[in-house]
Ligand binder design. Structure first.
Ligand code: GRF
Length: 205
């Protein structure tokens, strides 16, 4: 008998196009996993609707109901434990993850970032990239540690900036890359191809 596919939770705050890319990869069987839980820190998001559409448990956790970041993350952790989640994917989740989650899922929390880290960390990476005037930017898929946009890098891909780029145009090109790279990063981790040494993620295929 086939072993059960590993269970993934995806944490989102907004549109969830990366969530959709993960759901599609699972559906097409190019990613051997199950998305069992989608968590949002905002109500009525597109991401929650996408989860419901895919028949995945979609849960909104209101940060205002928790006294501290740690208590909030404990609630997320409880939901993940209930669903026997093995890997967490941050996909446009606009909150800092506390050690409560990181300790329970060491090297098992992934993030995708719309810039070539360590350049242009933070919530406004695309805007900051354009404002700086760099010629090349890109996408980074990385493991999450206690610092924002900081953990070991799994995958990066460059995207050239065009002279007439707007935030929207550049974001659309970055999204295309993200939607391909994120399932790939998940495959690497779930396939046991990643070993972390210091701040480096060593990949063996
Ligand atoms: C993506 O650009 C991702 O890199 C960043 O947040 C955005 C989320 O987009 N972390 P979406 O909600 O997946 O469409």
């Amino acid at each position: 008998m086939c072993a059960q596919r590993p269970a993934i939770a995806v944490l989102c705050s907004g549109d969830g196009t990366n969530l959709q890319a993960i759901l599609d990869a699972v559906q097409e069987r190019s990613l051997r996993a199950r998305v069992v839980l989608v968590i949002s820190d905002r109500p009525h998001t597109k991401a929650l609707a996408r989860a419901a559409q895919a028949g995945v448990s979609a849960q909104y956790f209101d940060p205002a109901r928790y006294a501290t970041r740690e208590r909030y993350d404990q609630a997320l952790l409880d939901a993940c434990e209930t669903h026997r989640v093995q890997l967490l994917c941050l996909a446009g989740f606009m909150r800092i993850i506390s050690p409560v989650l990181i300790r329970r899922y060491p090297h098992r929390i992934l993030n995708i970032h719309p810039a070539l880290l360590p350049a242009f960390r933070g919530a406004h990476a695309i805007r900051d990239t354009l404002a700086w005037g760099v010629r090349v930017t890109g996408v980074t898929g990385h493991l999450v540690d206690a610092r924002v946009d900081h953990g070991p890098i799994l995958l990066q891909e460059a995207v050239t900036i065009q002279p007439d780029d707007t935030e929207e145009r550049l974001q659309a090109r970055l999204h295309k890359v993200e939607h391909r790279l994120y399932p790939q990063a998940i495959r690497l981790v779930l396939g046991g191809h990643v070993r972390v040494v210091g701040r480096k993620a060593l990949i063996s295929l």
